[in-house]
Design a protein around this ligand. Structure first.
Ligand code: B12
Ligand code: SF4
Length: 520
């Protein structure tokens, strides 16, 4: 039997980390790391597994020194902390293993600090390694020959995490995406053939999340709609489960823009109680989209803006990813991105500078052209040397764009355009259900009102900047004048809190209080 400790290391500040907003929600972290509870479920029962998420609790290095195996996961923004933890465990003579998105693409990053590394998925390799380890025959590197069979993935051990500290629960329906964006490491790691779990598996996971009192769940798929036929069947089962159980969970996820082309799919998503979707739009510059092989965004027919509006009109709030610095971008791209976001009424845009992740086609192309900066410190926020502007112009343009997009006036104009002028409606099937089950509706709406009040109270107490506080008050008063639905109020309060994070990040970057943080 082995005493195993699996760790999710602390993150550097990032767009999605929501570090500055977390106290406003009374939470310590955004989303639980999906890999740890899954690895725990994959561990044979004779072993003892402890999960530690550093975003939620401190690491006890004496405890780690007593473990037989210390396992670490992590993505790019955790790489420095991963290294620090490995160094300290190694000083104490510990045995270390590393897996997850970062080591998968940069296998030599930790050198001998990692006794064993796992490249890519680990549903087969993790149990195999544990067997090898018991027989003292473990290898230095494991990589699965075949991709994991998603229909055999067990329910993650959420009970081993301190779930009350997270804003959202997490679950995964599928892996893989059929598209071929040049910069994407996801298709390198998980492949282009979407693989899905069965409805029974998904519902078992949702029940496990409910048992942990989670109410809002992030479906962490790379692209939920990679296989449209299969996901429709799953969504129909999910919608039925929601109706039978009184809509206990609300979902958000990631999907490609071709969602706008499938009315039935959007409807099924809303029936399953999806309320928002993150879409990789990347650029309003068509030449850049073609350059990066994001062909699904430049299909003939409706414009990008019309597609976004179609998704919004279906009742899904659109969040998006935008990228600056493609080879076809010159300095006009910054104004074009700002105009696009205003027009599309997208409040939350994760804007980043194009970065070449190792093992991707983009990385290989730029390496061959001598256009990569190999310094780990990323002084310009990216390793890519741009073509049609200088590195300074790109970084400065990015920081200025972030500042403009998250200036309170610009941000709330986008939000109000959608929520007030267009009276954006989400969760319509749930509202219909509440009408038929008023007691159920009353309880949920009372809870939404309480949540709204909690966030509002914290905003007024925590936010130091007076003008920001008064902007939040003014905007919320504006909302109350025309929409008093507690679900909308709660959603608007969340927008204020997330604004605080993005705005603070942008302000700190532009005043040089912190280094450039891009999406990587
Ligand atoms: C969900 C998600 C998020 C969520 C939740 C993140 C979280 N805290 O867990 C949110 C939206 C918050 C998020 C944020 C960010 N994310 Co993110 N995210 C994802 C996504 C879509 C899925 C990750 C996931 O949960 N997968 C499901 C689990 C089960 O899979 P897994 O983690 O890969 O684990 C498997 C294997 O890797 C392996 N494994 C993993 N760890 C370990 C450890 C050991 C010891 C072993 C043996 C095996 C093992 O076993 C598992 C089972 O097979 C991935 C894309 C992807 N498909 O990987 C990007 C991804 C991980 N994110 C990425 C980035 C850059 C970010 C941000 C920095 C973006 C930003 N600028 O804000 C932030 C970081 C903020 C933060 N503090 O969380 C990059 C990382 C790039 C890299 N190669 O390192 C990815 C790959 C997407 C991309 N290409 O851009 N993200
Ligand atoms: S649509 Fe998203 S997940 Fe799919 S290849 Fe493009 S960037 Fe990757």
């Amino acid at each position: 039997m082995a005493d195993i400790v699996l760790i999710n290391p602390a993150f550097d500040t990032s767009y999605w980390g929501l570090e500055y907003a977390l106290p406003l929600f009374g939470k310590r972290a955004n989303v639980p790391p999906a890999s740890l509870p899954l690895l725990a479920a994959l561990t044979p029962s004779e072993h003892c597994v402890t999960l530690v998420d550093e975003s939620v609790e401190k690491l006890d290095f004496d405890r780690l020194a007593r473990a037989d195996i210390v396992g670490i996961t992590g993505m790019s923004v955790q790489r420095r902390r991963m290294r620090e933890i490995l160094e300290r465990v190694k000083e104490r003579g510990g045995f270390t293993v590393v897996g997850g998105p970062w080591v998968t693409v940069q296998e030599d990053y930790f050198d001998e600090l990692a006794d064993t590394i796992f490249v890519g998925e680990a549903e087969e390799t993790w149990p195999r390694f544990l067997l090898d380890w018991q027989q003292d025959q473990h290898r230095a590197r494991y990589e699965q020959k075949d991709r994991s069979d998603m229909t055999r993935v067990p329910t993650p051990r959420f009970d081993l995490l301190k779930m009350r500290h997270y804003m959202f629960g997490s679950t995964q329906f599928s892996r893989g995406c059929p598209f071929q964006c040049e910069f994407c490491d996801i298709i390198v790691t998980f492949g282009r053939r979407p693989r899905l779990k069965t409805s029974a598996q998904v519902i078992a996971e949702l029940e496990a999340l409910r048992a942990q009192q989670m109410e809002i769940v992030f479906v962490v798929d790379d692209n939920l709609i990679g296989n449209k036929t299969a996901i429709k069947l799953l969504l129909a089962d999910l919608a039925l489960w929601q109706r039978q159980n009184g809509y206990p969970l609300m979902f958000f996820t990631e999907a490609s823009l071709d969602l706008a082309e499938d009315k039935e799919l959007m409807q099924l998503m809303t029936e399953a109680n999806f309320v928002s979707v993150f879409i990789g739009i990347e650029s309003p510059n068509e030449e850049s989209l073609r350059e990066t092989k994001k062909f699904q965004n430049v299909r003939k027919g409706a414009s990008l803006i019309d597609k976004v509006r179609t998704v919004q009109n279906a009742g899904l709030d659109v969040w998006c990813g935008m990228i600056l610095g493609f080879d076809h971008d010159d300095t006009t791209i910054f104004a074009a991105q700002k105009a696009f976001l205003d027009d599309a009424r997208i409040a939350h845009a994760m804007i980043g500078i194009l970065h070449a992740i190792p093992k991707t086609p983009l990385y290989d192309r730029l390496a061959a052209d001598n256009r990569l900066d190999y310094d780990d410190e990323l002084a310009y926020g990216t390793n890519v040397i741009p073509l049609r502007m200088s590195r300074d112009e790109l970084t400065e343009g990015y920081i200025e764009l972030m500042r403009e997009v998250y200036a309170p006036e610009a941000y709330f104009n986008r939000v109000d355009d959608l929520f007030l002028n267009d009276r954006f409606r989400f969760a319509a099937p749930r509202t219909k259900y509440w009408r038929a089950h008023p007691w159920n509706g009353l309880k949920s709406q009372a809870l939404n009102l309480l949540r709204f009040a909690g966030i509002y109270w914290r905003l007024m107490r925590t936010v130091k900047d007076r003008s920001l506080r008064s902007e939040y008050r003014r905007r919320i008063a504006g909302l109350l004048r025309s929409r008093r639905d507690p679900a909308v109020l709660f959603s608007y309060a969340v927008k204020c809190a997330t604004h605080y994070h993005h705005h603070k990040m942008a302000t700190e970057m532009s005043s040089r209080e912190r280094a450039v943080i891009s999406t990587f």
